[in-house]
Design a protein around this ligand. Structure first.
Ligand SMILES: [Zn+2]
Length: 86
């Protein structure tokens, strides 16, 4: 499974390897120790439409775009959705 990592943190981790100690294994170890940068969000439920044609939509709390509350990922920003804002 692939993980998302923060580019700036990865560069810093590599640059922090002491001079003269640069090996492929040191690079790999530095990157393996980075925390993942998974983006998570929550749906803000919202009613949309007229009284005769009401439906529930979700607004992503990360990007503010619409999606459907049953979606596990925001179609706009890709955040993994973990429930709803209460
Ligand atoms: Zn989003």
């Amino acid at each position: 499974m692939s993980d998302l990592i923060n580019r700036e943190e990865a560069i810093k981790a590599i640059m922090d390897i002491p001079d003269g100690n640069w090996t492929s294994e040191k690079y790999a170890d530095a990157i393996k120790e980075l925390p993942t940068a998974e983006r998570t969000g929550k749906w803000i439920f919202n009613l949309k439409g007229s009284l005769s044609n009401m439906r529930i939509v979700g607004l992503c709390n990360k990007c503010g775009e619409h999606g459907f509350p049953q979606m596990k990922y925001c179609p706009s920003c890709g955040a993994r959705m973990k429930g709803e804002v209460k």
